[in-house]
Design a protein around this ligand. Structure first.
Ligand SMILES: CC(C)(COP(=O)(O)OP(=O)(O)OC[C@H]1O[C@@H](n2cnc3c(N)ncnc32)[C@H](O)[C@@H]1OP(=O)(O)O)[C@@H](O)C(=O)NCCC(=O)NCCS
Length: 198
């Protein structure tokens, strides 16, 4: 039986560090409150003119591919999760594909909010299990700092978000000891309106 396994991970974070103390300029909060509730000490915000959703994803992907010991040309499919694409269309996955020089292979852009990367991983896992592909790039990239409400009204949400990208290379394996065990997708639309209001 063919399974999927993660053989390389990569990340990119922008240079711009925003500490909890920095956030107190915009909202009524404290370093202590944020650390106690979330464990977060700092986050990164993108630099305008340098970082884009696709450029961050490209950097993270190059690292993941390198760590997997693969060439970029070995990648057969990209599954790209984001809710903050550079454009409404084309999706950032296609922009990243161009950056990586992988024109011609399939790209699936998905937007499943916080669970996007898990959904992307699950999609890649299914394609590998069916034998369709053996090397898949799974990416999550977000620029959240442009939409979060940094005033006191939005503090419950704003303190946990930042910008950055992560990538994983999934490869086919016959080794049952080192594999993605299983993935199970669930969602609950009943809370959609609450999230919209926040
Ligand atoms: C961070 C978090 C875990 C803290 O949970 P909590 O400890 O239960 O705290 P609450 O959010 O219920 O807020 C408790 C109090 O702290 C206040 N508070 C909220 N954010 C604050 C902040 N950043 N600094 C100071 N006080 C804050 C609230 O206004 C509330 O005050 P009140 O009791 O006077 O009304 C929670 O706010 C959270 O999950 N936020 C993220 C939600 C989100 O983004 N979800 C989408 C991701 S998919």
């Amino acid at each position: 039986m063919t399974y999927s396994t993660i053989t390389g991970l990569g990340f990119y974070v922008p240079e711009n560090v925003v500490t909890n103390q920095d956030l107190t300029q915009y909202m009524d909060t404290t370093d202590e409150w944020i650390r106690e509730r979330t464990g977060i000490e700092q986050r990164r915000y993108f630099t305008y003119g340098k970082d884009t959703n696709a450029s961050m994803a490209t950097a993270a992907s190059r690292m993941a591919i390198d760590r997997a010991g693969l060439q970029t040309s070995d990648i057969e499919l990209i599954v790209f999760a984001t809710i903050t694409p550079d454009y409404f269309f084309p999706g950032s996955g296609f922009l990243m594909q161009r950056e990586l020089g992988l024109e011609g292979i399939g790209v699936i852009d998905i937007r499943n909010q916080c669970s996007g990367f898990v959904y992307a991983l699950s999609i890649a896992d299914q394609f590998i299990k069916t034998g369709m592909y053996r090397n898949i790039l799974v990416v999550g990239s977000e620029i959240q700092s442009t939409w979060i409400n940094k005033s006191t009204a939005g503090r419950g949400v704003a303190v946990i978000f930042g910008d950055g990208a992560g990538a994983a290379v999934l490869q086919a394996t016959e080794d049952p000891e080192h594999r993605v065990l299983s993935t199970h997708l669930h969602a609950d639309g009943r809370y959609a309106e609450d999230l919209y209001r926040s």
